[in-house]
Ligand binder design. Sequence first.
Ligand SMILES: *[C@@H]1O[C@H](CO)[C@@H](O)[C@H](O)[C@H]1NC(C)=O
Ligand SMILES: *[C@@H]1O[C@H](CO)[C@@H](O)[C@H](O)[C@H]1NC(C)=O
Ligand SMILES: *[C@@H]1O[C@H](CO)[C@@H](O)[C@H](O)[C@H]1NC(C)=O
Ligand SMILES: *[C@@H]1O[C@H](CO)[C@@H](O)[C@H](O)[C@H]1NC(C)=O
Ligand SMILES: *[C@@H]1O[C@H](CO)[C@@H](O)[C@H](O)[C@H]1NC(C)=O
Length: 328
Amino acid sequence: MFPIRSFIAFQSLFSQSEQEGEVQFSNRVSAVNYKKKKMNTTSYGFVLISWVLLLAFTPLGIYSETKKNLVKMTLVQHAVTQGAFCLDGSLPGYHLDRGYGSGVSNWLLQFEGGGWCNDIESCLERAKSRHGSTRYMSKWEYFNGILSNNASLNPDFHNWNRVKLRYCDGASFSGDSLYQNETVKLYFRGQRIWKAIILDLLPKGLNLADKALLSGCSAGGLATFLHCDNFTSFLPKNTTAKCMSDAGFFLDIRDISLQHTAREFFEQLILLQGTEQFLNENCTSSRYYPYQCFFPQYALPYVKAPYFILNSAYDVFQVRMCLPFSFL
Ligand SMILES: *[C@@H]1O[C@H](CO)[C@@H](O)[C@H](O)[C@H]1NC(C)=O
Ligand SMILES: *[C@@H]1O[C@H](CO)[C@@H](O)[C@H](O)[C@H]1NC(C)=O
Ligand SMILES: *[C@@H]1O[C@H](CO)[C@@H](O)[C@H](O)[C@H]1NC(C)=O
Ligand SMILES: *[C@@H]1O[C@H](CO)[C@@H](O)[C@H](O)[C@H]1NC(C)=O
Ligand SMILES: *[C@@H]1O[C@H](CO)[C@@H](O)[C@H](O)[C@H]1NC(C)=O
């Protein structure tokens, strides 16, 4: 069925942007290499040795070069008791870079993005990849963009506590169910993962946050709509908490062949993962199709916290979703 293909294409789009960290990483390596090449020949042997050492201790060696830019993954150990697992049963994880100075009490959380799966087959595929298992994920992440610690590149948030929530449930952290037969077991535990991560972060200072922002891109941007008010419910009353979606405002509209491609895709996802019970009840009770509340256009009016929405009018994925024929 063609609609599914467009979502797979979306995932590969994401593979590119998520590898951006690795690309910059190797750029840095060549930058170091380049500088050293400019030295005189007598120091060339030393340079070669240190270059070999640098490579041998990667990522440790690189980490000291780009201090604070590479952030280590924390696996949520207590997730076991909460049954909060990635699709394949691995522990969920996040990366935390501590705030400092005037940002020491402020928290920025960012949901990782990367498409979705909507049936057993596609979720089994994800479970064997970095989109569905922390086993296959990079354990070190390069923090850039809104997560950067560089004041000139990221003036507003560079010194906040910055957290990247790794995405491994395949449904924008929205579901809670389990698929099991004699040969296959798939955990659909996005809600539990979300809660397990928050409970891990609260004692690390999130419980005393001055300002807090829940953000995310793409599938992660969609996750912000589904968790914004739940996020603020964990924070003290005097925390200034807001939410922000980047390229996550997926529309419930017909495509050019007049099919409800997106609606059908997300309906399958919601049924598979048991997501409907977590949608805002005031929204679901107001709609003929309750699962439509998965879409920001219906969910947003019921969100209480202040929202900032960033979305291109010509969002590449949204345009493709409206032109499914281009994938035939
Ligand atoms: C921050 O980014 C600017 C602009 O790219 C760069 O010139 C500067 O060296 C960076 N600072 C640090 C500490 O990495
Ligand atoms: C278990 O489910 C998978 C995926 O739906 C299927 O391919 C497999 O045949 C099932 N195994 C059994 C023993 O039913
Ligand atoms: C927030 O979400 C978690 C995970 O689904 C749930 O257990 C909890 O009850 C929710 N809290 C509120 C106040 O809705
Ligand atoms: C919020 O209230 C707590 C307890 O009264 C206090 O310790 C904390 O400093 C307050 N935080 C802010 C941001 O006002
Ligand atoms: C639903 O609406 C009622 C009445 O406005 C409100 O009190 C309640 O908090 C809302 N529930 C949710 C989950 O937003």
